[in-house]
Ligand binder design. Sequence first.
Ligand code: HPA
Ligand SMILES: [Zn+2]
Length: 317
Amino acid sequence: MALRELVTGLAKAELHLHLEGTLEPELAFALAARNGVSLPYAGVAALRRAYDFADLQSFLDLYYACMAVLRTAEDFRDLAAAYLDRARADGVVRAEVFFDPQEHTARGVPLAEVVAGLSRAAQESVAAGGPQVAFIACAVRHRGPAEALAMVESLEPHVGTVVGLGLDSTERGHPPRDYARAFDAARGLGLRTVAHAGEEGPPAYVWEALDVLGVERVDHGVRCVEDAALVRRLAADGTPLTVCPLSNVRLRVVDDLRDHPLPRLLDAGVRVTLNSDDPAYFGGYVADNYVACAEAFGWSEADLTALARASLDSVLR
Ligand code: HPA
Ligand SMILES: [Zn+2]
């Protein structure tokens, strides 16, 4: 069987996916026209040409700029529905989807409007036999701890549709420990917790995500390979890492996919899952990540099956 058919035929969960990172240029311009918003790019081709990132921050600047086109519940519904269609074709049966509430409320879009669109897309997906969906609201580090806490408090009416709190955006200079109060408040609401750590930030940030924030999964986490004790801790606890290989190449966390620490993490017994992060921007959806890794690392059908299984075993339930 061809590699891609093998991969798409494996039932899998996608656990590290930013909804706003699924905004393809065509949809961005369609929504810009619908809402009378202008984008600082001449058109689809010019926007795609700008996807040449030096690091996380250079990506985030463009990513936040493109979010300006998202204004109504219908926009969020359309964006989520387009992703869920693609995820279904990739064999995704469960998607745990990040979104950044603060980046929308800061532009005057009420949280209830965002959640209404997400909730509709999730219900339609299940009704149509597509992936089951849960949403994880992320606090954006660049807006600081006080705003993060206020955002968590604003989630209260939406608990249920929103099942978890995450932490994303600019990592360097924003240690997880700064967000301890927001994470405690989230647990007080019955939310589950995950955090980005060890993408660009040091292994110390992964330790803090575990020991100070008490997260159940670490998003990225790949810089743990620099600390043998941390790798042993992750393996012993069975803490999942939601790894995003094509993202790590595009944001220059690694120079080449073949240099990626994934094989070392698997050899060390760390529970690794494969995910797409921001697929519209990083050149591939989740199946593309499986295929690229299989080619780079010579993975067998058994290896790929084990990775899909690990993703299903790592969902929040
Ligand atoms: O890879 C990422 N890292 C941090 N924040 C993000 N927001 C979207 N993608 C990312
Ligand atoms: Zn991410």
